[in-house]
Design a protein around this ligand. Sequence first.
Ligand SMILES: [Zn+2]
Length: 383
Amino acid sequence: MTDAAVPVTQSAVEEFTERYLRSIGSQIEIQGNKWEVKIPEDAETGLPTGNLSLICDTVEESDGNSTQLHPESSFFQEVLKDAASRAPLGSVTINASNTDIIVPDWLYESEISVSNIEFSPYYDRRALAVLFQVGIETVSEYQREFLRGIVVDTRSKEILPKLDRTFLNLTNPSNPTITSHEIETEPEQIEQLVDSCRDPLVEDIQTEVDDIHREASRAADAELEEYRQLQQQHEKELAERLSRLQSQIEELNATINESDQRKRVESLKERRECKSEFEEIESELTKLRQRREQGYPQKQREIRDRHALEVVVTPITVTEIKYERGDIEFELVGADASKTITVAYGSGVGVTDEIYCELCTNTLSAERPLGSLQGGLRCVDCV
Ligand SMILES: [Zn+2]
């Protein structure tokens, strides 16, 4: 998986459900993995109103009084469906005061220490966090559904993977530091941005799609193989019947030559019937053999179509995130030199500039962290 999306786990399912149920006015009392939920009668929702006991886990046997809540549970699917039909729009403000500074990987993995960090925000930027429900299905079987979140900057349209995590952490309903604001993005632009998230999202889930595709292909192959065997069995039976008819016709030929008038007329009639049956079976057998030689194209198409995958992505919730962009200063202290560097930074987003080794010009990363400050920034390979 790339960084562009965050998979939805049990905890994300719980967070989403809690946030959603509260947003429609429900009261939730949480005791361990048991939730007592009260959805008010006048709530605008397709979910059943009244009291509800939820168990946040997969349990072998339900006691009948409580409903399960986990990524595959039918209750969660109902919550998603309800959310998708309302597509609630939320907002959250992420600023330096409610987020920790995100130290870039190339520095985090480095031996160089940081003596001071200072972030100077210059302007506010907006991003949209879109939670998508992803459904991968075939007509026959192999249906899979999951959630993926993706965050896109409203102006540059860049995907902000780190902000996605910050957002998920921050919007945890138990987090008190969360603040919201008036939504500024125009509905039309929201629609465009949500659409622009689809491609990177589908790209990101390609591995899962490929896996399911392989499974579906295997199922299709097995089905085709079964069909092949049945057809070949059928061919064999027809060939046997043909050879029986052939000998029957030969016997009749002999009878016709040797018999008296009355018997001959009878045999001629019988031979006519045998010959017509012979021709019928022969033509059927020829067709079967042709189809086998061509590899049963029609059946193949039919089976493949039935196992073809359909990937459907539906936006469930959209949240406008206001975050700050500016510069960050890292005061770095190495073994034999110290240096202050200033790079572009966004709150909740992290460092947005690529930093290069001044010797080999490769980009610094978790795999190639900062190695030395001697004569400029150098990667570990150039120390
Ligand atoms: Zn280098």
